[in-house]
Structure formats: structure tokens, C-alpha cells
Design a protein around this ligand. Sequence first.
Ligand code: NAD
Length: 294
Amino acid sequence: MTSIGFIGLGNMGNPMAANLVDAGHKVTGFDLAVDVMDVARGNGVDIAGSVVEASAGKEVVITMLPAGTHVLSVYDEVMEEAMPGTLFIDCSTIDVASARKAHQLAGAAEMLSIDAPVSGGVGGAKAATLTFMAGGEQSAFDKAEPVLDAMAGRIVYCGDAGAGQSAKICNNMILGISMIGVGEAFVLAEKLGLSHQALFDVASTSSGQCWSINTYCPVPGPVPTSPANNGYKPGFAVDLMLKDLKLAQEAAQKSGAITPLGAEATQLYSLFSALGNGNMDFSGIIEFMRGSQK
Ligand code: NAD
């Protein structure tokens, strides 16, 4: 049993904390929102009165927060009160520069730290099948692995500080771009009188194959579990994809990487969101390609 402070009990954090409790850990949680703390209490999480109380005296502190500014402000607040040697695991999706700064804050206070963003969404958080992408010292990762295990389907060590966040945004940039490409191909097929099933049968087994077509096909029919069969209910919402694409663009600008398709995808999802589709599954971008979005 490990004593764990869990800060940020939202859509992802709450089910993750519940899985840690189920695995036998002693979890103390805190969130700024009272309603989510009530849910956590019902799941067996002890509730603290502040971020400092949630992290003081714990072996591990996990954060699952909206953005880099939140993570850095929590780290600023709690470092002095936490036990030296505490392992800080940030599972939020944040910009690479803030992730590296968070590692510095932890290191300066003699703490261990890893960045460990996830993919798999709320469904994966509930089912304890998240993929964790981790960055930081190998020794910190080794200590984190058994804790992450209670929430994970897969855990990948990606390298030094910030490597987890780097892997996450690179992966999601591929995904955002590839979904647009697949959407365009289906729209062209429609114009040419080619059926969805015929394009799927060819592309999903040929050189066009990718997750966006094989697993998450953006038209109803060929992959019955894809959101296209469910009115594009997320899944992974347009606004979450947009957040990750913007983080990728920020990282590209800071590092000098040339990512024209990443930039274009960011523009397209931005427009699609601005038209009122931010809560739609991101594969609904095909509606934008058709010119048939609301
Ligand atoms: P959410 O908005 O539901 O939860 C974030 C929680 O953090 C909120 O409850 C908020 O009150 C709390 N919070 C903010 N500042 C705080 C502070 N200073 N102290 C304590 N609590 C604070 O968001 P979410 O969907 O749970 O996502 C969390 C992170 O996980 C984000 O970085 C997101 O990008 C990432 N993520 C989300 C998904 C998804 O499908 N929702 C998938 C992968 C990654």
C-alpha cells in the first residue's frame, strides 16, 4: 500500500483515483470543485482541505490538471511542505516547457518526478486501461511504475524530463492530421460514387491503413464501434484534440520544427470548434470536409 495525494479529481482524475483505491492504496484527494470531491469521497478517497494537505507526508503525489499553469502553481504551493523524496507524477497533458519546469521545481526541492500524460480518455480511466507515456529519471520511473499499474493498460518509458509530454503531442498530431486525411478520402469517394465499405475494404488493408480508418472510421458502417455510428458523440472531443494540436504547435515553434500539416490541422479543428462543434467527437471533422457541418 502506498500513500498517495491526488490533486485534480475531474473527468479523468476521479476514476483514476478510484482505481488506486481499488488497488489497495491510501488515496487523499483535493480539487477546487466541491461536487467532484463528493464523488471521490463516495469512491473511498479521503478528502483534504487544500493541495498542501493532500500532498504533505505522502509517498506519491499525482496531479491531473487542465494545463501547465495549474501544475506549476500547485507544485509551487506544495513543494515546501512535502516530504523530501516524495515522487511527483504529473498525468495532465501540458506544454513541454512547463513539464520541464515542473521537474526542475521538484528536483530543487529534493523530490523525484515524472511527467506521465495518458491516452485512452475517460473510458480508459474508468477501465484502468490508460496508456501512460513517461519522462524523467529512470529511478523515478521505476518507483512510479507499480503505482501507474493500477490505472494502466500500457506504460511506456519515453526518456528524460518532458519526454512523456513530447510523445503525447507528437502522437496526437499524427492522429489529428490522419483523421483529416481519412475524412477527405471518404468525401472524395462519395463524390466519385465509391461506397464507404469499398473504400474501407481497400484502404484498411492497403497502404492507406491507419488507426483513423481501421479502428475509428469516421463514416458509419465499416467499424461499428466508431463514434460515427453514434452521432459523433465523444470519444475524444474536438476541443481536446485542439488543445493537443496547439501544444504541438507551441512546441514546434519553440524547437524550430517545421510542421505545416500540424499547423493546418490546428486551423481546421479551430474553425470547426468555433462553429459550435467543440464537444463533438474529433472524427466529426469529416462533416467540415463535406461542408455539411452546422
Ligand atoms: P477536468 O476539467 O474534468 O478536470 C480537471 C480538474 O482540475 C477540475 O476538476 C478542476 O477543478 C481541477 N483543478 C484545477 N485547478 C486546480 C487546483 N489548483 N487545485 C485542485 N484542483 C484543480 O479535465 P479532465 O478531462 O479530467 O482532464 C485532465 C487532464 O487530462 C487535462 O490535462 C487533459 O488534457 C488530460 N486528458 C484528458 C482526456 C479526456 O478524455 N478527458 C484524455 C487524455 C488526457
